[in-house]
Design a protein around this ligand. Structure first.
Ligand SMILES: *[C@@H]1O[C@H](CO)[C@@H](O)[C@H](O)[C@H]1NC(C)=O
Ligand SMILES: *[C@@H]1O[C@H](CO)[C@@H](O)[C@H](O)[C@H]1NC(C)=O
Ligand SMILES: *[C@@H]1O[C@H](CO)[C@@H](O)[C@H](O)[C@H]1NC(C)=O
Ligand SMILES: *[C@@H]1O[C@H](CO)[C@@H](O)[C@H](O)[C@H]1NC(C)=O
Length: 583
């Protein structure tokens, strides 16, 4: 059994064992590390090259060598120059070979460059705001996410994008496409699909929510294509009209995905109203091609298909993914099919992503993130927080997507974690006072609670907890309801540690706490303690640091399910590495 160690500055280390906790190993995050590495490499390269040239050019009689643009390739001077370059190359390789491994050890960003996470470990949603229908690309070393702005149709007149080096810290790029640059689009700008070819960046999007029969009546809308010189836009309409503006095979022209196969042929998969088409895109990426039989649109609708196409290829197999159910409801979900041919047939294999009553509902309309040169895949999707009812209240999330030995996709688990490595507490509801993230710990500024929008019954709830001094207690709330600023109506359980040296499990009814059990233990101020609560049915265990023997075991059935969060009695309590999982 391996163990991981968390250390708060100047305090003793905290042992974190395997289990749900293991994959929330603390990571030093230094995105600037990669730039420092690159900068040093560049200096090395230029330095070595420059030094050689400079050194040899000082040799008597060699000056002409470096000023004459044309030289006799058979002369001794030419051989000499070749030697110089060989020498420079050798020095360079030696330097890089020696220095790079040392630097790699010193800069953790290099070690975790493969982005091997169990989920969005800095929290889902991973960005603020109402967004939906995400699709992704990897452009110039950055991961890009292009979502729909999730508002009423009339307000859907623009697109924002997000980019990240590490899938943890996300930069927002506003208004990468707006309808002022698409003269036929007026509303309902949906589900952007990005791709790059020939140095240009293309964004395919739906607009105007065109209905069957409307194009015949002169109404305009459908799938458009916009082009930009940079991933962040501005994206400008490429053809002045929709690329696909009519219904073919009953498919509403929306919800496209664009895919370039290994042979260079580009395809567009798309369709709403429960029909899915495939078409070829010509090399120009802005016109529809033809199949060998002269047709342009072939129906490939799998069983259960509603909308939201996504195509990926892995080990020579084509995976068509799509969404089922109504997007405003809880049952929205993702299914997939596999085929040896890009043309299908696509026979539904399984539903792989759907709501989880403990985590979120309406999970669907996915994109896929593939970490280049690895077999690491993430499904990126939108979902509705449990307490939200408005259809447009959709947020962006991603979770790990694992493939089985036979190439099938394992069902996705929506995990709940937050290590605050992004310096933010996105998705947390704050009560009482405001919270802040300081040095990747959620930190209270007074008596307060902060809650996740979850509804776990049976659970394993882990976090690090530290209190600033002996007068403060802090801990984990679970199976709670009616959380408010004054906590006056709070119902649920509270497992807390006290700076004066105890761990207590409390039952709180209508804001009034009563102790179910209390134990004296050693709690050092400003030291992180690993607190774990396991609750299965009516049995509740509370562990502190030692995860083999619970400090408290209680049988109580007052509360069976509810939201999870953290609470502190005063300023300066700190929480990290939050994970709430099913046992
Ligand atoms: C270099 O030498 C080769 C044979 O040794 C000869 O064929 C060629 O013409 C020479 N090139 C020049 C530029 O003198
Ligand atoms: C969701 O699915 C369940 C089970 O199939 C069904 O009973 C329910 O009516 C569905 N809800 C909606 C809003 O479609
Ligand atoms: C929330 O508070 C209200 C009013 O006090 C109460 O009726 C309700 O049962 C509470 N809900 C839960 C889940 O405790
Ligand atoms: C909580 O208070 C409400 C009134 O505010 C009351 O109706 C309810 O019965 C109380 N719940 C419990 C469990 O005491």
């Amino acid at each position: 059994m391996t163990s991981n160690v968390v250390k708060e500055r100047g305090t003793r280390p905290l042992e974190l064992p395997d289990g749900p906790w293991a994959s929330i190993t603390p990571r030093e995050r230094r995105p600037s590390g990669i730039y420092i590495t690159l900068a040093i490499c560049l200096v090395l390269i230029l330095g070595t090259y420059g030094f050689s040239i400079r050194f040899f050019s000082l040799l008597p009689g060699s000056g002409w060598l470096f000023s004459s643009p044309a030289w006799d390739s058979n002369s001794t001077a030419a051989h000499k120059l070749t030697e110089i370059f060989e020498m420079a190359r050798f020095l360079l390789h030696a330097a890089v070979g020696l220095v790079l491994p040392i630097m790699t050890r010193a800069l953790p960003i290099m070690r975790q460059a493969n982005l091997d996470y169990a989920t969005s470990e800095a929290g889902n949603p991973f960005v603020n705001g109402w967004y939906a229908d995400p699709d992704t690309e990897f452009y110039n070393g950055r991961y890009w996410v292009f979502p729909t702005s999730s508002y009423a149709y009339a307000q859907q007149t623009y697109l924002d994008a997000f980019s990240s080096l590490d899938l943890i810290n996300w930069e927002k790029h506003e208004n990468i496409l707006t309808i002022k640059d698409v003269k036929w689009a007026t509303k309902a700008v949906w589900a952007p699909a990005p791709i790059s070819r020939g140095g240009k960046y293309y964004l395919y999007f739906g607009a105007n929510d065109i209905q069957e029969g409307e194009p015949e009546r002169g109404l305009i809308g459908g799938i458009g294509v916009a082009v930009a010189d940079k991933p962040e836009g501005p994206y400008i309409d490429a053809i002045g009209k929709p690329l696909i503006g009519e219904y073919h095979n009953g498919a509403q022209p929306i919800d496209q995905d664009v895919f370039i196969d290994d042979d260079g042929q580009a395809y567009i998969f798309y369709g709403g109203h429960s029909h899915c088409n495939i078409a070829k895109l010509n090399e120009d990426m802005i016109s529809i091609g033809q199949f060998d039989d002269g047709t342009s649109f072939k129906e490939i609708t799998p069983e259960g298909y509603v909308e939201g196409t996504q195509m990926i290829k892995r080990n020579g197999k084509y995976y068509l993914m799509w969404s089922e159910g109504g997007w405003t409801g809880p049952n929205y979900s993702v299914s997939y099919a596999m085929s040896d041919s890009i043309m299908g047939p696509f026979t539904k294999l399984a539903k792989i992503l759907e709501q989880d009553s403990a985590v979120a509902k309406g999970s669907g309309h996915n994109g896929v993130i593939h970490v280049p040169d690895t077999d690491i895949w993430y499904i990126i999707y939108h979902r509705r927080p449990l307490s939200e009812t408005d259809g447009n209240h959709r947020v962006l999330a991603y979770d790990r997507m694992y493939f089985n030995e036979d190439g099938t996709i394992a069902p996705i688990k929506m995990l709940v974690k937050d290590n605050f490595a992004d310096g933010q507490a996105v998705g947390w509801k704050q009560y009482g006072v405001s919270w802040s993230v300081i040095d990747t710990r959620l930190t209270s500024s007074g008596e307060a609670a902060a809650m996740l929008d979850t509804n776990f019954g049976d659970l394993v709830y882990d976090a690090t907890v530290s209190v600033p001094d002996s007068g403060v207690d802090a801990g984990l709330l679970f199976r709670t309801a009616n959380v408010s600023n004054d906590l006056a109506q709070l119902n649920g359980y509270y497992a807390k540690v006290s700076g004066s040296g105890s761990v207590t499990l409390e039952k709180i009814i209508n804001g009034t706490s009563s102790s179910l059990s209390e134990e004296t233990i050693s709690i050092a101020a400003r030291t992180e303690h690993h607190v774990r609560v396991t609750a299965v049915g009516s049995e509740i265990n509370v562990f502190v640091d030692d995860l083999r023997t619970p400090k408290i075991t209680v049988i109580d059935n007052s509360f069976s399910t509810g939201a999870d969060g953290v609470r502190s009695s005063a300023a300066g309590a700190r929480f990290g590495f939050v994970s709430v999982a099913k046992p």
